[in-house]
Structure formats: structure tokens, C-alpha cells
Design a protein. Structure first.
Length: 294
């Protein structure tokens, strides 16, 4: 199956920036590009209370023109990419999550809201990053410039989603012709009152970081022998904050959808959700494809 790169487009500046990134990804992966516009039902939820009475709403001419304009511009800039458009009678997040079942990658724009406003429950980027069935690339606003030639940074935590993130990050670094930085965040132990325990915990954390980073580096070297890899052990009370800071000099940051906390990846405030909202560069959230959808 030639799975497409899917991008959500609603005509906003952030979605149009995401569409450009999606076209670049489609070209680099030799995949088709699908522009999806999920439009809400007038009642606000995408599904009529009684579909037999109200029927399925039709897309507007204005939204169709918006999609056609975006597709035409992308075809002009990437003539080798097969670009298609689709309008779905549903909310944007739900529509993209559904399309992710058949996608190689889903790309979505971030509104770039700062502070706690960026953590509002229900944002499209957060919902898609939390629930998609394939990897998700969240693109930052255009006003936040991305360092040229910066490395791809990936969080290493030893979990299965984390290992998938490392593999996807290595693929991205190889495709972009840049280096890969493996980052593991160990706790500082600053909340432990007994000095000996702090020292012992610090030594254990350092050894764990070294082992995790060495294991990840070996897996990357097996898949991409010529790729330049940096191992970066970090210490911080909050892994998300350390990775957000590391994203400042990166061209892309990758993270697993869930770390060791099971459903924590779907909770507001998890590492992946925090990066989606506050990273300084695009964020690749790794999702394993469910069995039977390969």
C-alpha cells in the first residue's frame, strides 16, 4: 500500500505552513500527499443528532476553493508529488485520526499559543498527537524560525515507543542529511535530603543513561552506519523541560507517544504533549501502527 502523507488544512497560516512541510515529507519519502479538511456540522460536533432528519452536511464552496488553491500551489512547487484533496464531515482532529489509519505520516500545524493557553484541552495538534494510528509531525508556527542544519534530537527512555522514536528520528536525520542527537533525561535527585543517597542516586542515574544511550546508538549504527550520532545525557527534574530546551537548536525533535507510564502519553502534561505545545522546532511523535494495519 502506497500510504500517503496526510496534512490537515483549514486555511489558517499554521495549516498552510504544515502543508508545505507535508509536501516536503511526501517528496522525500516518494509518497502521495493528501490534504484533508474536516468541517464541523452546524450543531458543532460533526455528527447530526438525527442523521435521518438532518442528513450529512455538504462542504461549502469556500472550503473547496481553499483546498484547491492550496493543492495547486503545492503541485506547482513539488511537481513530482501526487497531491489530492478530501473534505470530511467531522471535526478536524477526529478526521485526521481516522485518516491516520491509512497514512504514512500525519502532519498538523500548531497554533503556537504561549504559556498555559497552549495547553488548552481539545487543541487539534494535541488530540492528533495523542490518538493517531501512525507517526505525527507537529509543525511550529512560521514566526518561530528553525535552525538551519541543526540535528534531529530524540528522547531516549528505553520504552518501546521510545525505541520507535529513535528509529524514526534516525530515518529523518539520514533523509535530511543532518546529525542525530540521542538525549536521555535522568532525575537530578535534588529532592532527596540525605547527601549519600543523592550521590548514590546520581551514580545510578548516570550509569542508566550511559547504558540506554549506548543501546540506542548501537541500534542506530546498525540501521544507518554512516550517520553522525551524539549521545547527550541530561539531568533535570522534568524530562519535558529538558527536551524543550534541547529543541532550541534542533531541526526536529522526536519522542515516543507514551513512555513508561502507559496511558500517561494521552494525559495533558506528558512529555509528548508538552513538546507538542512548547518545543522550538517541529515535533515528531512516534506511534506504533496497530497489528493488522501494516
Amino acid at each position: 500500500m502506497n500510504r500517503p502523507v496526510v496534512v490537515g488544512v483549514d486555511g489558517s497560516p499554521s495549516s498552510l505552513v504544515a502543508a508545505e512541510y507535508a509536501a516536503q515529507e511526501a517528496a522525500g519519502r516518494s509518497r502521495p500527499l493528501l490534504l484533508v479538511h474536516g468541517y464541523l456540522h452546524p450543531l458543532g460536533y460533526g455528527v447530526p443528532v438525527n442523521p435521518y432528519d438532518l442528513g450529512v452536511p455538504a462542504p461549502t464552496d469556500e472550503s473547496r476553493r481553499m483546498l484547491d488553491r492550496a493543492a495547486a500551489e503545492l503541485r506547482g512547487r513539488w511537481p513530482d508529488v501526487d497531491v489530492e484533496v478530501r473534505q470530511v464531515a467531522g471535526g478536524p482532529a477526529v478526521s485526521l485520526v481516522e485518516e491516520s489509519r491509512r497514512a504514512e505520516l500525519v502532519v498538523v500545524g500548531s497554533r503556537g499559543l504561549g504559556g498555559f493557553a497552549g495547553l488548552l484541552l481539545g487543541s487539534v495538534s494535541a488530540q492528533v498527537a495523542g490518538h493517531a494510528r501512525c507517526p505525527v509531525l507537529v509543525v511550529r508556527p512560521e514566526e518561530q524560525p528553525i535552525p538551519v542544519g541543526g540535528p534531529v534530537v530524540v528522547g531516549v527512555d528505553g520504552s518501546e515507543p521510545g525505541r520507535l522514536a529513535v528509529a524514526l528520528a534516525a530515518d529523518e536525520a539520514a533523509r535530511r542529511g543532518t546529525g542525530l542527537t540521542l538525549a536521555h533525561v535522568a532525575p537530578t535527585g535534588a529532592d532527596r535530603p540525605v547527601p549519600d543517597e543523592v550521590v548514590e542516586a546520581g551514580a545510578a542515574a548516570g550509569a542508566e543513561s550511559a547504558d540506554l544511550l549506548a543501546g540506542a546508538a548501537a541500534e542506530v549504527a546498525a540501521a544507518h552506519p554512516g550517520l553522525a550520532v551524539e549521545r547527550r545525557p541530561l539531568r533535570a527534574d522534568r524530562p519535558a523541560r529538558a527536551l524543550i530546551e534541547a529543541s532550541g537548536g534542533a531541526t526536529l525533535v522526536a519522542v515516543g507517544s507514551r513512555g513508561r507510564g502507559g496511558f500517561a502519553g494521552l494525559l495533558l502534561g506528558s512529555v509528548s504533549q508538552a513538546l507538542v505545545q512548547h518545543a522550538h522546532c517541529p515535533v515528531l511523535v512516534a506511534h506504533p501502527r496497530p497489528a493488522g494495519e501494516d
